[in-house]
Design a protein around this ligand. Structure first.
Ligand SMILES: Cc1cc2nc3c(=O)[nH]c(=O)nc-3n(C[C@H](O)[C@H](O)[C@H](O)COP(=O)(O)OP(=O)(O)OC[C@H]3O[C@@H](n4cnc5c(N)ncnc54)[C@H](O)[C@@H]3O)c2cc1C
Length: 413
């Protein structure tokens, strides 16, 4: 009889799981809490060859329509002068582009919107998902792909909570056609770094708001990491009515005075070209950076995947890649070893890989976290950025992710 997987969360992790399990003959249904189709979150993402490999095996060619090829990295000083320039080979895509290509492969009747999971029950024959509207669904396994604040993880690991890293990522995006011509001629389509003391500012081209990669329709994306005390974060997460939203706030609720302050800070801290791009986005927003190294990712017939399993700081640029690798490993393990043995293998392999990539993210972000310490207590390496180290990270990131993946595989098998 055909086996059925219930997948909680309809973002990229859930969709990788759905597509990989469909490929091995499983019946899958995705349950997404959001009432409307997810689309155009606008966030740019860097990609790795392992992500391209998993997409290819699902029949999605990672061709020119998937992202923008970047071949040059600029380092800009505060006056806007290029003080270093290096070659690179990266493909910058967007969350929306990857999401769309995966979502298009799932029939609408197997992708159910407005379904918020509240609880999971298990017995000897399988798993039951219970939703906020009171409905129940039965399956052979349940995959919790419900993100960094996973309610599936909360049920099974209530004492393991994401930890604030001490900084936020401000994000902005400007359509290619809105970039002033003089800035455009110098910057597009290159990758730019600015290194204000204690911070890290990156800017790079991404597909446009409707996933276009043709010249003229693309966009320029900014990620600006800024140390932010918990007290200041609490203020940023308080809306105009005075309501506190805890440690994160939906972008439309960020107060105008917080946005105006960030724009003024951009002019004080980074090169004028990129500050102007940041300023021209009417609604830049911030994402507080959290991480979590989960002690387990399989609980009987329930498995966690993607950010729900391990929440990684964004520096390895591998959140989406990890979701893809988790899904491929889960499907391969079940196909080769059956459901229970397969889940045990998934725990061993992706448990080790997830943990190692969380540690890598912590090493990469240590400089930013250290900024909240009094200067005399910081470790030496936290006192400056080095162009050489940054460019090495930039160009070797895919190789590092591959090495971590292979090392954890050797350790776990
Ligand atoms: C600043 C920043 C930069 C990043 N840059 C990159 C990059 O360059 N490259 C890269 O690969 N990754 C990057 N990432 C990470 C990447 O965005 C995530 O790893 C990826 O989106 C995780 O996908 P996911 O499907 O596991 O979780 P999510 O995208 O968080 O999706 C979880 C889904 O589950 C749904 N859900 C939640 N609770 C329930 C419930 N109870 N019932 C039903 N549905 C539910 C949510 O609505 C959501 O749609 C970055 C992240 C940040 C913060």
């Amino acid at each position: 009889m055909t086996k059925r997987a219930l997948i909680i969360g309809g973002s990229v992790g859930g969709l990788f799981a759905a597509n990989c399990l469909r490929q091995i003959g499983w019946d899958v249904t995705v349950f997404e809490r959001n009432p409307d189709e997810l689309a155009g979150r606008g966030a740019g993402i860097s990609t790795h060859s392992q992500l391209h490999d998993v997409m290819r095996r699902l029949g999605i060619e990672f061709d020119d329509s998937m992202g923008i090829h970047v071949t040059k990295v600029y380092f800009l000083d505060k006056t806007g002068k290029v003080y270093d320039e290096r070659g690179t080979e990266r493909v910058m895509s967007s969350w929306g582009r990857v999401f769309r290509s995966l979502r298009d492969l799932i029939p609408d009747h197997d992708y159910r919107l407005g379904m918020a999971l509240t609880r999971v029950e298990q017995d000897a024959d399988g798993v039951t998902a219970i939703f906020a509207d009171g409905s129940r669904e039965r399956g052979d396994i349940l995959i919790g792909a419900d993100g960094g604040r996973s309610s599936v993880r909360e049920q099974f690991l209530p004492n393991e909570q994401p930890e604030y890293a001490g900084y936020v990522a401000w994000r902005a995006m400007l359509d290619e056609r809105d970039i002033p011509p003089t800035i455009y001629a110098q910057l597009f389509p290159h990758y730019a770094y600015c290194l204000p003391p204690g911070e890290l500012f990156l800017a790079y081209p991404v597909p446009g708001r409707n996933n276009e990669t043709e010249p003229g329709k693309r966009a320029y994306n900014i990620v600006w990491y800024r140390p932010t005390t918990p007290e200041r974060l609490a203020d940023f997460c308080t809306d105009t009515t005075g309501k506190s939203h805890g440690t994160t706030i939906a972008p439309p609720l960020i107060r105008p005075d917080v946005i105006a302050w960030a724009k003024a800070q951009a002019h004080e801290r980074v090169a004028p070209q990129v500050a102007k791009i940041f300023e021209r986005d009417p609604r830049p927003f911030f994402q507080p950076i959290f991480d979590l190294d989960a002690s387990r990712i399989v609980f009987g017939r329930v498995a966690l995947l993607g950010d729900a399993a391990f929440l990684v700081r964004p520096h390895p640029g591998a959140g989406t890649t990890k979701g893809a690798l988790d899904a491929a490993c889960l499907a391969d393990s079940i196909a080769a070893h059956g459901t229970d043995e397969g889940l045990a293998r998934y725990q061993r392999l992706q448990g080790a890989f997830g943990s190692s990539i969380v540690q890598q993210g912590r090493r990469d972000g240590a400089y930013l976290t250290e900024q909240l310490q009094p200067r005399e207590q910081r470790q030496n390496k936290a006192l400056t950025w080095s162009v050489e180290a940054l460019i090495w990270d930039h160009n070797e990131r895919s190789a590092v992710v591959r090495r971590l993946f292979e090392a954890s595989r050797r350790m776990a098998e």
